[in-house]
Design a protein around this ligand. Structure first.
Ligand SMILES: Nc1ncnc2c1ncn2[C@@H]1O[C@H](COP(=O)(O)OP(=O)(O)O)[C@@H](O)[C@H]1O
Ligand SMILES: [Mg+2]
Length: 832
């Protein structure tokens, strides 16, 4: 049971014999890559869906695949209850005391009984305390409770922030995002809005669109302000006042304001931002299982939150590079009402888009429901894996089969509806029919015991008990260390403790004093104005000081490190008095973007004086040359290198982000190697199996009487090894006889006959060959293990400096830097 752990197959259970009503020996191993095409799990209440999906999340976590788990009922929080030793006292705080009472047991006795029960369950499935320990260490598990402070709080404010460029640049995606945000926000206000008809929806969409197009963030307060004072004056061909008069807009604004002011609502604004990257990995790059508990919310609030979350997932996903390996899981239990066939709740669009697009990004979507009639099967035609459990009504069965038929239509596998129907009728609890588009035939299996203690839904108090220690830590550590450690290094000789770029008031520089009108400059002097930020102080004024802005693109390439990166440097240095008006050694790195520079000054500002040298076009060639040389001398990149995967971090990437990327690269590499091994060994082993089967038939012919009881199938060793490594894929095909019988049992009863002996020899010799081949194969698998773990690998720190030719000035210009001057003459920097 060790080998598959390194090959990305998920141990979900054992195949199940419906006739005998007993599990078979064969493990049900599921190839993690298959989940990239998503999974659906249906079955009546109590059929074991949640148990199955929890098992799957556990397997994913063990494999370093993070998950976002949407938990409408509260029982997925059981993923937090993992106890390697399963002592009664471990379980005691979590047992269901009502169950204890019902059984007439004291809580302590019940905890003891449960501990034995769970330990036995796990042992029966070959799962050790060690595996549970590894699970706990593999990922960071946490419960979030939006709109409540029981678990970790999560702020939805960021969801009104402009989506990532990847979303903004795709009109369809941006449109969907705007529509779902508006719809879910209105739903929260109790307004059931039609996106095309409703004024409220059109107004909100317009506001969101106007801001987001420009990359501007919104918050609820701004949104309320803009409802009253919309950023546009026309809607279509109508002017805003006739379309939606201000008096009525005010009512909408009030309604939203009341929502904001409601006592409970503050909880929605607290906590870390709803940021998918942070939900999937810790800042250090460790995978996370983030359980989004929404059981405490009203229907409208759930819809609101789930839609926002799914949209965030979409936005995050689109900014990831493509992959064929599983990168993350999004699991939603009980999607009843979120993905209906006819209606269009705000959750449906993002779910549909995810089902269609997520596979290219390695994001697997797993959906479970007890109500198969409430699913949009057209949308589920993209689902590659179906887990169908016990169903209650015939209507349910027919709907699932019809849906499955639609999904199978595109796949190569055949679909025997009648056989399926019969199978479905025979399913019991925790027994599922799995249809996997990547495999030849459907299979019936029973789910393995979960490592998590399934106590049922956790209460709010229990969630609080679990998460309070985490909150204490979160409060003690200020902001997450998001600052990239690999990044542009500060200038080698930074300007001494200068908190801002305000020229010293009494400096000998001409920039001091109140200043006068803007000096006239000859043509050829490039002149810009830094955009003014901040508010004018009471009775204050604005003054521009002369400065030089330099922007350069730095290209770094190192063939040995297979490194090729570019980064930009923008620096500002104040123009001081002669004799050295421009000194780049005093420059500071600034964040202003060249595109944001203004051509004209703000109205009514005064100007500092410009030394004559800086007013001559010819000087700018020197400034340019000096700037390039300064960048070359002072700027470098601090990067990290993984020798295991031969990759170098990127300029904008933190160590944690780099480790996340390395983990995915390692997973991709493993999947490729695994594929190669599979191609190499499967046909050879299968051929041997076939010869063994034929030889076995010969034995059977020679010893007819031995047929019958002994023919009961036991899977051959070869099959077990292959199956254990690759999952059932390509393995269920007829070439490898499931009928292959284990030799020993059959053999012993046939010893007397010489012919039988000879036939047996052949079988044994073939089995030896098969065993040798497996050993060879095993050795290759073991070699896979030697690759380093990107999560803990010691990374090498690199400092990469540019060559002079690699620094290219994009702009060196006179840039007027605005300063606010208050009534008392105090100065504050008025730019970023
Ligand atoms: N894999 C499993 N391991 C151990 N117990 C399980 C497992 N699956 C289900 N059970 C038991 O069966 C009960 C019902 O299963 P559950 O998965 O909650 O059903 P569903 O989600 O389909 O309603 C669980 O509370 C648990 O006691
Ligand atoms: Mg359930």
């Amino acid at each position: 049971m060790e080998d598959f752990e390194k090959l990305g197959v998920f141990y979900l259970g054992r195949e199940y014999d419906l006739q005998a009503k007993a599990p078979r020996d064969d493990l049900l191993l599921y190839d993690s890559k298959d989940l990239v095409t998503h999974g659906v799990c249906v079955g009546m209440t109590g059929s074991g869906k949640t148990g199955l999906c929890i098992g799957l999340i556990e397997e994913a976590a063990l494999d370093g695949v993070p998950a976002i788990v949407i938990d409408p009922k509260g029982d997925l929080a059981d993923l937090m209850l993992t106890f390697p030793d399963l002592r009664p006292e471990d379980l005691r705080p979590w047992i269901n005391e009502e169950d204890a009472a019902r059984k007439g047991l004291t809580p302590d006795d019940y905890a003891r009984q449960q501990s034995e029960f769970w330990a036995k369950g796990l042992a029966d499935w070959g799962e050790s305390g060690d595996r549970i320990r590894r699970l706990r260490e593999a990922a960071d598990f946490a419960i979030y409770t939006p709109g409540s402070s029981a678990g970790l709080p999560i702020s939805i404010l960021a969801s009104f922030a402009a989506p990532a460029a990847a979303v903004r640049d795709d009109p369809e995606l941006l449109g969907d995002r705007i529509a779902t945000t508006a719809t879910s926000l209105l739903a929260l206000l109790g307004i059931d809005a039609d996106p095309i008809q409703s004024r409220e929806h059109i107004l909100l969409s317009t506001i969101l669109n106007t801001a987001w197009q420009k990359g501007q963030n919104l918050d609820l307060a701004t949104l309320i302000g803009q409802i009253q004072n919309p950023p546009v004056t026309r809607v279509g061909v109508m002017d805003m006042e006739s379309f939606y008069p201000s008096k009525e807009r005010f009512e909408l604004a009030m309604r939203m304001n009341n929502l904001l002011a409601a006592p409970g609502f503050a909880a929605w604004m607290e906590g870390e931002p709803l940021d998918v990257a942070r939900l999937l990995h810790t800042p250090e790059g460790k995978p996370r299982v983030s359980i989004m508990s929404i059981a405490h919310l009203s229907d409208a609030e759930r819809m609101f939150f789930v839609s926002l979350l799914l949209n965030e997932v979409l936005g995050w996903m689109r900014s990831q590079p493509g992959t064929g390996s599983l990168r993350a899981l999004v699991y939603m239990d009980e999607i009843f009402g979120f993905f209906p066939p006819v209606a269009e709740p705000p959750s449906k669009r993002p779910l549909l888009t995810l089902l269609k697009q997520a596979r290219a990004f390695g994001v697997g979507i797993l959906l479970a429901t007890q109500n198969p009639v409430d699913l949009d099967y057209k949308g589920l035609a993209n689902a590659g894996t179906w887990f169908i459990g016990r169903l209650q009504t015939d209507n349910d069965k027919q709907r699932v089969l019809a849906g499955l038929e639609g999904a199978v239509a595109g796949a190569a596998a055949s679909f025997d509806r009648q056989a399926m129907e019969q199978t479905l009728a025979g399913l019991g609890n925790r027994v599922f029919l799995m249809y996997n588009a990547h495999e030849d035939t459907p299979v019936v299996f029973t789910t393995r015991w979960t490592m998590s203690y399934l106590r049922g839904p956790l209460t709010r108090t229990q969630i609080k008990t679990l998460m309070d220690p985490r909150k204490a830590v979160a409060a003690a550590v200020p902001a997450a260390p998001t600052a990239p450690i690999a990044g542009v290094a500060p200038p080698a000789s930074p300007v001494e403790a200068a908190p801002s770029m305000i020229p010293p008031a009494a400096a000998p520089g001409p920039a001091s004093g109140l200043g006068g009108a803007k000096p006239l400059l000859p043509p050829g002097v490039p002149e810009y104005f830094l955009p003014v930020r901040g508010a004018r102080p009471e009775g204050g004024s604005l003054r521009y000081s002369p400065a030089l802005l330099g922007a350069a693109a730095v290209h770094l390439a190192d063939a040995k490190l297979s490194l090729e990166q570019s980064f930009d440097v923008t620096a500002l240095t104040l123009v001081l008095a002669d004799p050295v008006p421009v000194d780049w050694e005093r420059a500071q790195i600034v964040t202003v973007a060249i595109e944001d520079l203004e051509r004209l000054p703000a109205d009514g500002a005064a100007f500092g004086t410009l030394p004559p040298a800086a007013a001559k076009a010819a000087s700018y060639d020197d400034y340019n040359r000096d700037f390039v040389s300064w960048v070359y001398r002072t700027q470098s990149l601090q990067l990290l290198r993984s020798s295991g995967l031969k990759q170098v971090s990127r300029a904008e990437e933190s160590e944690g982000e780099f480790r996340v990327r390395l983990q995915q690269a390692a997973r991709e590499q493993r999947d490729v190697l695994k594929g190669r091994l599979q191609e190499k060994y499967t046909p050879r082993l299968a051929a041997l199996e076939e010869r063994i089967r034929k030889a076995q038939q010969a034995v059977d012919r020679e010893a007819e009487q031995a047929r019958g009881a002994q023919m009961q199938t036991a899977i051959s060793v070869g099959a077990t090894v292959l199956g254990a490594l690759f999952g059932r894929k390509k393995f269920s095909s007829a070439t490898i006889g499931k009928a292959t019988t284990a030799m020993r049992g059959v053999g012993r009863s046939m010893d007397q006959a010489g012919d039988v002996g000879r036939a047996k020899d052949t079988v044994e010799s073939l089995q030896q060959q098969s065993a040798d081949l497996q050993a060879e194969f095993q050795a290759e698998v073991d070699a896979l293990e030697t690759t380093v773990d990107p999560q803990s690998e010691v990374l090498e720190a690199l400092t990469v400096r540019p060559k002079k030719a690699d620094v290219v000035a994009k702009l060196v210009a006179l840039a007027w830097a605005p300063v606010w001057i208050d009534a008392q003459g105090g100065q504050t920097q008025a730019f970023e």
